[in-house]
Design a protein around this ligand. Structure first.
Ligand SMILES: Nc1ncnc2c1ncn2[C@@H]1O[C@H](COP(=O)(O)OP(=O)(O)OP(=O)(O)O)[C@@H](O)[C@H]1O
Ligand SMILES: [Mg+2]
Length: 293
């Protein structure tokens, strides 16, 4: 990207942000629907059966140790599902399976009712519209907030497509809206390395949003955040719900309490309990294996 193009892009975003600011920042999410979906690269996900993600009877062993044990679970489109469970329960391994990083020994993993995820490579699964946020922020520290978001648009494209990539106005609108969503509207030209830990996490979520994922997997997103950052992250996730489907793994129960509808408790590689946080917290088995530890 030439400095010229970068400047043009940044100017367009700044102009767009002024308009959004005049409309009131709350309208940013309302306006998003116009831009959303246009850039979608994934093939259509068939959710007519009411499920965006479907796992059944999944098993994975590492050197004879069963990390995932007959795991079955499904998520509805637009749902924000929370997953909790003790250390070593298999939460991260489950995300590794969904995203193609780990191959299960047996079982079924479907994206919608027609896409068999076990047939795809990790990079293809990202292109199908499954975004993943690892615990540690992985933003480009030397680049600005704007450049990081702009780069995220290109990462899923082939070499040729990225060489001829031009930042169009729809993408500028989208970037401006995402900047509001991730609370970084005032930090467009700040170097990512100078952001706080929480802001880096938001920027990385923004980078995922630039690719318009249908399903977002977030592994311990508020670990290491201040209380205020955690609260703002809760607001952010609640604002994403409905537009995207989310699976959030966390140990922070007050955060889970703020954002959760249905909570799935994982233990020893399978689902131990599922329900509202109050329901699972009252479940004797959960108290014994998890909360009581
Ligand atoms: N590549 C691997 N090789 C060997 N064992 C592994 C591998 N990946 C995970 N495990 C083991 O599988 C089990 C599940 O690990 P996993 O990381 O999925 O747990 P988790 O629920 O994410 O825990 P935490 O809350 O601590 O992040 C653990 O006992 C872990 O040591
Ligand atoms: Mg983990």
């Amino acid at each position: 990207m030439t400095p010229d193009l970068l400047e043009q892009g940044a100017r367009r975003v700044e102009e767009r942000m002024k308009v959004l600011a005049q409309q009131g920042s709350q309208t940013a999410s309302g306006g998003r629907s116009a831009g959303y979906g246009r850039l979608s690269q994934g093939e259509a996900v068939d959710t007519t059966h009411g499920r965006i993600l479907y796992l059944e009877g999944v098993n994975v062993s590492f050197d004879g140790f069963k990390a995932i044990n007959n795991l079955s679970l499904d998520i509805a489109p637009g749902e924000l599902r929370c997953v909790i469970g003790p250390n070593g329960a298999g939460k991260t391994t489950m995300m590794d399976i969904i995203t193609g990083k780990t191959r299960p020994d047996s079982g079924t993993v479907f994206f919608g009712s027609t896409i068999d995820l076990l047939r795809y490579k990790e990079s293809e699964i990202a292109q199908l519209g499954i975004g993943r946020k690892f615990q540690k922020p992985t933003v480009f520290e030397q680049l600005t907030v704007f450049e990081n978001l702009e780069l995220a648009l290109k990462t899923n494209k082939g070499v040729k497509a990225s060489m001829f990539f031009k930042f169009d106005s729809a993408q500028g609108d989208r970037l401006a809206e995402i900047l509001h969503t991730i609370h970084l509207a005032d930090s467009l030209n700040r170097q990512a390395g100078n952001l706080s830990h929480g802001q880096k996490q938001w920027l990385e979520i923004g980078m995922l949003l630039m690719q318009d994922p249908k399903l977002l997997l977030l592994d311990e997103p508020v670990a290491g955040m201040t209380d205020e950052e955690t609260e703002r992250t809760a607001e952010l996730f609640l604002s994403l719900k409905g537009k995207h489907s989310l699976m959030v793994v966390e140990h922070d129960m007050s955060f889970i309490n703020t954002i959760s509808d249905i909570v799935t408790v994982l233990c020893d590689g399978s689902v131990l309990a599922q329900g509202t946080l109050a329901q699972v917290q009252a479940d004797e088995r959960v108290i014994e294996v998890y909360l009581g530890r």
